[in-house]
Design a protein around this ligand. Sequence first.
Ligand code: FAD
Length: 283
Amino acid sequence: MLVRNGKQIEFSCEVFPPKRDDEMYDIFKTLDAIKELEPDFVSVTYGAGGSNSKKTSTIAAYIQNISDMRSLAHMTAVGMTGEKLQGMLDELSRKAVDMILVLRGDRPRNMSEEEFEQREYRYASSIIPEIKLFGDFKLFGACYPEKHPESPTVESDIAYLKNKVDLGVDELITQMFFDNNKFYTFMEELDKAGIKAPVHAGIMPITKVNQLGTSVSLSGSSVPTELSNLIAKYSEDPEGMKQAGIEYAIKQVNDLMNNGVYGIHLYSMNKSDVTKAIYDAIV
Ligand code: FAD
């Protein structure tokens, strides 16, 4: 928990399961370092279409039971069947993981357009009723300050977001954004739509020159000139880029905290040193 101007602000971060089994040790070491920062929770991503889902639950269980932090397991509707969903909920319950980030997911590379179109559960909201029936999970959902890339308008995206919250999502985590004004405008839109779920602002520190290209093409987040100038400036200087990216994230987080944000969610990219550098500067 962070405190700014007498107000408590949640602090959390995201990790992802390593591709190779022999890298699991590295993620446990990363989590041991993150524990020092006393986050309110740590979330664990879910491979596109359910690949690696076993690793998600193993890491979530480590966070919850060995690290003694709270864990939030991501889960996607794409690639899910009724039977698989019941199995996963059963596994999470047995491992005492009681928070789920309910997502739709994107089409994995090995899934055809046709298979994607015929998926059993269409949206994140499609799996919520079954999770609610199964047990008492705290549910999180994703939201998009610059709208979901497939949404025709901000209004329609927010209307579906409201539906997700009405069905039982308790808290929201935003897609990464690099321009805080986009977030503040979005918060006003949520307020107008009567969406009262607390919102954790998702911040991605850009510590490598080529990271931004991948992140932005996936998320559709806009890039302010200040950030693109940094990337141009440090294109030949990896250490300079890392420091500049950390400083940019610190500036973003400080501004959000000064403006009463509910929570800060760092996309840590499994880098505990970057996460710690940001935490130390904002605490
Ligand atoms: P939804 O809420 O289902 O929305 C998807 C689109 O459909 C939106 O355009 C929405 O407006 C529209 N829509 C919603 N309901 C309806 C409806 N009833 N009728 C018509 N249209 C509708 N992906 C992974 O694979 N693994 C992860 O671990 C992962 N973690 C993420 C964490 C965060 C914080 C975020 C922001 C994203 C994450 N993603 C992850 C990516 C996510 O799966 C994609 O952004 C995906 O395209 C949308 O997921 P969603 O849950 O927001 O979808």
